[in-house]
Each structure stands twice: as structure tokens, then as C-alpha cells.
Write a protein that binds this ligand. Structure first.
Ligand code: AHR
Length: 499
């Protein structure tokens, strides 16, 4: 028997809409033949695909991180600005791909502006440092009258872009990162770069690199050391996590949301320990700027084996199943449950590369299974996240031990009273749940669900297109409680009101 208890006065915190961000890296076909394909039937005057932009809108993406990822750690941003015909291709060492530099900072930022999406930029702290970071920030945000701002203006863009969010490098703890650093080297560099960037624009928000996964040997110590150098300079610490079903261990995969929650709580604790030591009133929040399902270990050969490629190669174009969609929904439950700490989230990535949107060059764009829970949550999760008390039976997993069989997160919009309730059933049996709302009035008007029971969706575009949200099982309103039924291995989004 599972019960979920809600009360409008028990709050986690406001949902930062930037938690529904995504990520565009110069990797594989995310940019070229992904968001950008001049000559495509739907291309706009700037060469960007309208079909992809429309799907991005439907997905509800609020923010896009750019230009990497591993790519940023050897990127010379100056090569990607100015007249396109003068730009030179370069060999990106992260993905061993020839980058034509057709799309660069201006094209990306103007795309975001046209689409009403907030950009998040990353600076190269692998092969470069303070100087290049400060120059890029001045190029983006500076007023006329200084070298880099004037270069932007000469390149046709008068008004500063006003980019708020800046990542100080990417996954600098990873030995695979070009220009990888130890925690002391990176911490000092992040502090120096951040301080200098704030001299250019004091209004920016800065993200220091946290561990690139909880499985890194340096996890914990990395956060402690890095923040001991840059606690006062940065606003957020980054987290990255990818989950996959390994060796047919379905239960552990279904428990990924609990692993994500543990990860968030550990990073928050590491940051708070430094804050306590410094007797600081400041709280470092989390930029979960890469998360998703990625068949990394089981299907990806590893970047060091890649031959040099050109012309937007097909790299890590994972195809997703119904099970993957349920897990993505459950990962969103984890993010919303930690709304007090998670300020930014990026589903990595947006198009073609481990992505909710796929395209064919010169052809169609379509939704993968994982598109649906993200789009639904981005539409419904408004206002404040509530503390949701879930009393559910244990669900045994080999990797994470016992986790709850049912997980839930809820949001309420104080102005309209709109309630959204997101619930995952990890078990392979239908579950009946009693939703209690003592001292409050609640109504659920309906809902929709993604079901794991659709392995075929990863086989072809046609199969993927038959997948979507299905109606939730009927809800029954009683006196002071509501009875919900959850389909086996499902993620359901209910909508209603709470006062
Ligand atoms: O999102 C794909 C890659 O995963 C990114 O480039 C990197 O930051 C992470 O390891």
C-alpha cells in the first residue's frame, strides 16, 4: 500500500524554470544537420531548421548550454566569429572531428534570442584561461568602446547579448578532458577566471565544475578542494550524470532517480561543509548541466578510438525505448524534489546526440520517447515544489539497495492554484496509491503517462513516432483523499488544483 501526502504549506522551494534547460555541443550532428542546416526545406534565413526549432519549443526548453561539453576545452572561440567565409576549420581533439566554424558564438546567441531561450555559455579552461574567457565575456556582454565589444559590433551586432550564465570549463576532473587539471590547479584557475570575469560584468552567474560523475575516484574531495578556492566567486557547482541499463539489470536502471537524489544531496553537503568552515551565509546551488539516459558503457566505443571525421558524423545517436522515457521522467522527479538546491538543469543533449529530438539530413525531425516526459513536466511544473511524503514498499535493486517502489514530486502555482503531481511506478505491477491532502482541498482533473512497455520505439523512426503520452488510469476522489492507479513501470503526470 502506497500513500502520498501533500500540504500546500510544506514547500521545498520555487522551481527555477532554468531546470528545464538542454545542451547544444559541437559534437556529431547536434549543430550541423541538427539545429542548423541551410538548404533544408524548413531552414530559416539564418540556416536554422524550423522543424527542429518548433520541436524545441514544444519540448519546453528554457535554456541552452553551449558550445560544450568536452568540445569547449580546446575551442578557440575567436575562430567562430566574423565573416563566415574567413573562418578556418579546426580539428576538435575532444571528438576528433573537423569543426568548420560555420556556426559560432553570434549564430548561436542570435538563435537563442530569436527562439526566446536563455543561453548558457562555457569558457575554455582546458587549453586556454583567464584571458580568453574575459575576452569572450566582453565580446558577448560589453558596451561599445573596448576591443572585444567593438569586434562584436564590427561583426554586425550592436547590442550586447547580456549572457547571464557562464560555466568555468567543463568536466575538468576527467582525464579525458583536453587540458585536464587536478583539483588544486582547476580551483585556482576557476577562482582567478571568475574574479576577472566579474570585473567585466558583475551581474553574471558562474558555475564551477564539480565531479563529472559520482563514480569518479576524486568525487567529494574534488568538490571540497575546488570550492575551497572559489566558494566566494561562484554561484553554482556543476553536476553531470548519465544512467543506463547495464547487463540487463532493469531494476537498478529503474532506481536511477534515487541515485540522482543521493548524488545531489552529497554535492550539496560537500558545498555546505565548505560554507560552514568559512562561516559563510552564502549557499552554493547546483547546475545539473548534463543529465540523461546514455548507453555509454554498453554502446559507445569511447572517444579515444574515434577516427578523424568530417561533415557532422553520427556520434552517440542513442535511440530510446519506453523504459528510457520512464527513467527520464523519474530523473525529473528527483530534480524537482531538490528544487531548493538545483537551480539549473540541462537534458544532454538537444538534437541527435543522446537527444529527445532526432533529424535526418535533408529529411524529417521527430520526437524520441524521452521527449514526452520532459515536455510534459516542462509544461506543468510551475511555481513551487512541495515536500511530498511518499510511503511506499521497498523495491530491491542490485546497485542502489532498496529504493522506494513509487516516487513523486509536486508543484503548485500559488497564483492559479494549479497543482502538478509526477509519480513513477518502478514495479512491474499496477499500483494503487492513496493521495492524502490533510487540511487542504485537492482535485486531480486528469493526467497522462509514459509506459516502459514499448521496447520497439528504439528500432526505427516510425516506431518512435507511434510512442507518446497515454491517458492516466482513472482517479477517484474521496473524502480527504484521492485514489490513483499507476500502470506498471510508468511515469504519470497528473494535473489539478490545490488550496
Ligand atoms: O554530453 C556528451 C559529453 O558528455 C560531453 O561533451 C561531456 O561533457 C560529457 O562527458
Amino acid at each position: 500500500m502506497t500513500t502520498i501526502t501533500l500540504h500546500p504549506d510544506f514547500r521545498v522551494g520555487p522551481v527555477d524554470r532554468r531546470v528545464f534547460g538542454s545542451f547544444v555541443e559541437h559534437l556529431g550532428r547536434c549543430v550541423y544537420t541538427g539545429i542548423y542546416e541551410p538548404g533544408h526545406d524548413t531552414a530559416d534565413d539564418h540556416g536554422f531548421r524550423r522543424d527542429v526549432a518548433d520541436l524545441t519549443k514544444e519540448l519546453g526548453v528554457t535554456m541552452l548550454r553551449y558550445p560544450g561539453g568536452n568540445f569547449v576545452s580546446n575551442y578557440t572561440w575567436e575562430d567562430g566569429v566574423g565573416p563566415v567565409e574567413d573562418r578556418k576549420p579546426f580539428l576538435d581533439l575532444a571528438w576528433r572531428t573537423v569543426e568548420p566554424n560555420t556556426v559560432g558564438t553570434d549564430e548561436f546567441l542570435q538563435y537563442c534570442e530569436r527562439e526566446g531561450i536563455e543561453p548558457m555559455m562555457a569558457v575554455n579552461l582546458g587549453t586556454r584561461g583567464v584571458d580568453a574567457a574575459v575576452a569572450l565575456l566582453e565580446y558577448c556582454n560589453g558596451e561599445a568602446g573596448t576591443r572585444w565589444a567593438d569586434m562584436r559590433i564590427a561583426n554586425g551586432r550592436e547590442k550586447p547579448y547580456g549572457v547571464k550564465l557562464w560555466c568555468l570549463g567543463n568536466e575538468m576532473d576527467g582525464p579525458w578532458q583536453i587540458g585536464h587539471k587536478d583539483a588544486h590547479e582547476y580551483g585556482k584557475l576557476a577562482a582567478a577566471t571568475g574574479r576577472a570575469m566579474r570585473q567585466v560584468d558583475p551581474t553574471i552567474e558562474l558555475v564551477a565544475c564539480g565531479s563529472s560523475s559520482m563514480m569518479m575516484d576524486t568525487f567529494g574531495e574534488w568538490e571540497r578542494t575546488v570550492l575551497s578556492y572559489c566558494y566566494d566567486v561562484v554561484d553554482h557547482i556543476s553536476m553531470h550524470a548519465y544512467y543506463e541499463e547495464l547487463d540487463g539489470d532493469r531494476a537498478s536502471f529503474l532506481g536511477s532517480g534515487t541515485a540522482m537524489s543521493t548524488f545531489i544531496e552529497r554535492v550539496a553537503a560537500s558545498a555546505d561543509a565548505i560554507g560552514a568552515q568559512r562561516r559563510s551565509d552564502k549557499e552554493i546551488t547546483i547546475s545539473f548541466d548534463e543529465w540523461n539516459v546514455w548507453y555509454l558503457v554498453s554502446r559507445f566505443p569511447g572517444e579515444t578510438n574515434l577516427p578523424v571525421q568530417r561533415d557532422a558524423p553520427r556520434i552517440i545517436e542513442d535511440r530510446y525505448s519506453g523504459l528510457d522515457a520512464v527513467v527520464v521522467g523519474d530523473l525529473i522527479v528527483s530534480l524537482l524534489s531538490h528544487a531548493d538546491r538545483v537551480a539549473v538543469g540541462c537534458l544532454a543533449q538537444l538534437v541527435n546526440v543522446i537527444a529527445p529530438i532526432m533529424t535526418e539530413p535533408g529529411g524529417a525531425a521527430w520526437r524520441q520517447t524521452t521527449f514526452h516526459p520532459f515536455a510534459t513536466a516542462a509544461r506543468l511544473a510551475r511555481g513551487e515544489a512541495l515536500q511530498v511524503q511518499v510511503d511506499a514498499p521497498a523495491f530491491a535493486t542490485a546497485k542502489h539497495g532498496d529504493v522506494p517502489a513509487v516516487t513523486a514530486a509536486a508543484t503548485v502555482d500559488r497564483e492559479t492554484g494549479a497543482l502538478a503531481l509526477f509519480v513513477t511506478n518502478r514495479t512491474d505491477a499496477e499500483q494503487t496509491v492513496t493521495l492524502r491532502h490533510p487540511g487542504a482541498t485537492a482535485r486531480l482533473d486528469g493526467g497522462s503517462a509514459v509506459l516502459a512497455d514499448h521496447e520497439g520505439a528504439r528500432e526505427s523512426r516510425e516506431e518512435a513516432e507511434t510512442y507518446g503520452m497515454v491517458d492516466a488510469l482513472a482517479v477517484e476522489h474521496g473524502d480527504g483523499s484521492i485514489t490513483l492507479r499507476l500502470a506498471p513501470e510508468s511515469w504519470t503526470a497528473f494535473h489539478g488544483t490545490l488550496a
